[in-house]
Ligand binder design. Structure first.
Ligand code: PNS
Length: 163
């Protein structure tokens, strides 16, 4: 049985990410969630990479075969480092397709031994993204259910105006 890897920025982990991780965990003997530093994404992540890892560790606590690690290298190099041969990505609306198709093709070009596999998001989470969650939370909207409960608390703390 192969080891899978679910990579992402996870700023922060959403219920949609968690659904993909749970479904991937049932397909592989063990699964590594790779948290990319991604310092340049969306003007810089809201949460530090350490915070994103901690939020994920808490979110996957119920999954025995899942571990969480940060990485700051090419994804294919990280996959090799952890001994994973399959990259698992969640696919939401059609807008994801072009970017994911490009990344899968480039990763294949970089290392053809690492396969990319897609899991379709469930309709409930089809339009859910970390950036949408942050935008809603920033404006005081309700994000409960869109992210695990401990992430709601972390968002409140991170977005609290400095006093
Ligand atoms: O959750 P995201 O931000 O869509 O995930 C993107 C991620 C982290 C998977 C992607 O940016 C990535 O693989 N970064 C590592 C650097 C790398 O390998 N880049 C080349 C792939 S095209």
């Amino acid at each position: 049985m192969k080891r899978g890897i679910v990579p992402g920025t996870f700023d922060p982990v959403t219920s949609g990410h968690l659904d993909i991780i749970e479904r991937a965990a049932s397909l592989f003997e063990d699964l590594v969630v790779g948290v990319a530093h991604s310092p340049e994404k969306g003007g810089g992540p809201l949460f530090s990479v350490e915070e994103r890892v901690d939020l994920l560790v808490e979110a996957v606590r119920h999954l025995d075969n899942v571990s969480v690690r940060a990485f700051d290298t090419l994804l294919v190099d990280f996959a090799e480092e952890v001994g994973a041969s399959v990259i698992v990505k969640g696919l939401r609306a059609v807008t994801d397709f072009e970017r994911e198709f490009q990344m899968a093709a480039l990763n294949w070009r970089l290392d053809a031994d690492v396969e990319t596999m897609f899991i379709m998001a469930v309709p409930e989470y089809m339009f859910l993204s970390s950036s949408a969650v942050k935008e809603i939370a920033k404006h005081g909207g309700a994000v409960r259910g869109l992210v695990p409960d401990h992430v709601v608390t972390a968002l409140e703390r991170a977005l609290k105006p400095a006093s």
